[in-house]
Design a protein around this ligand. Structure first.
Ligand code: PGA
Length: 242
């Protein structure tokens, strides 16, 4: 695992955006899987501009959803669907045929997860996955104690995830469960990037680097991935030893 520390959120985001653009530049048919949330928002906003500057075409790549709040419709501005369309797919002109996200309104969760697992296999895996990190160390909705061998599944959310998650919604919602790719799929991504910014993520970043590697703190698994990158700003790095 490589650690990169940036002066501030803007520099961090520009570099993450560059990683995305470079991936598609070297493999135009890349399979990409991106987290939603406050952390990667600015990076996604910068992707379009950087892609244009470097003349990189996103029309042949494919996007896989990392997670979604179960029961939250795609039109809800707090859904992962809405976020990805708004900040990434629409500005980049991504066609709906290039995207597969979890259907959070499905009547058959198992079929929905099977569909996702099969698609990832058909696509021969994920080239680049970019994730944030929850204050409890979750990756996607792989909460502490998640199964390391899991594929796409429905996860019971921890109280902290439910309460922090309210920040994405305009009004209070009931969010008990999430649909998520599993840790096996996270660890199988050919490149795995984790981003964190701000003072409130400093204790989490310290744990990512210092905690025993275990699913008790899923983000620690990043250190076991053979092509992973932890990208943080100085505030998020402020509890690391020099
Ligand atoms: P955030 O969420 O980017 O909004 O902090 C991170 C996460 O919960 O994975």
């Amino acid at each position: 695992m490589e650690l990169k520390i940036f002066k501030d959120y803007s520099d961090l985001s520009a570099s993450a955006a560059m990683q995305i653009v470079n991936c598609v530049k070297s493999k135009p048919t890349a399979v990409l899987c991106f987290a939603t949330g406050d952390t990667p928002k600015l990076a996604y906003q910068k992707v379009g501009e950087i892609a244009k500057q470097h003349n990189v075409d996103f029309s042949k790549c494919f996007f896989i959803g990392l997670d979604e709040w179960l029961g939250i419709p795609p039109a809800n501005t707090g859904s992962c669907h809405y976020f990805l369309h708004h900040y990434l797919f629409a500005p980049l002109g991504i066609n709906s045929s290039q995207v597969h996200l979890f259907d959070a309104m499905t009547v058959n969760e198992e079929v929905e997860c099977d569909k996702m697992n099969r698609l990832i296999e058909e696509k021969a895996g994920i080239d680049l996955m970019l994730v944030g990190v929850g204050v409890n160390g979750h990756i996607g909705f792989n909460e502490p104690g998640a199964d390391i061998s899991s594929g796409a599944h429905i996860a019971q959310l921890e109280e902290i995830t439910k309460s922090v998650g309210q920040k994405y919604f305009n009004e209070e919602v009931v969010i008990n469960k999430g649909m998520t790719l599993g840790l096996k799929q996270v660890m199988n991504a050919r490149t795995l990037i984790m981003m964190a910014n701000g003072k409130k993520k400093a204790p989490v970043v310290s744990r990512v680097l210092n905690e025993n590697i275990s699913t008790d703190f899923p983000a620690s698994l990043l250190r076991q991935h053979n092509h992973s990158l932890l990208m943080v700003d100085e505030e998020a790095a402020s509890e690391l030893e020099k």
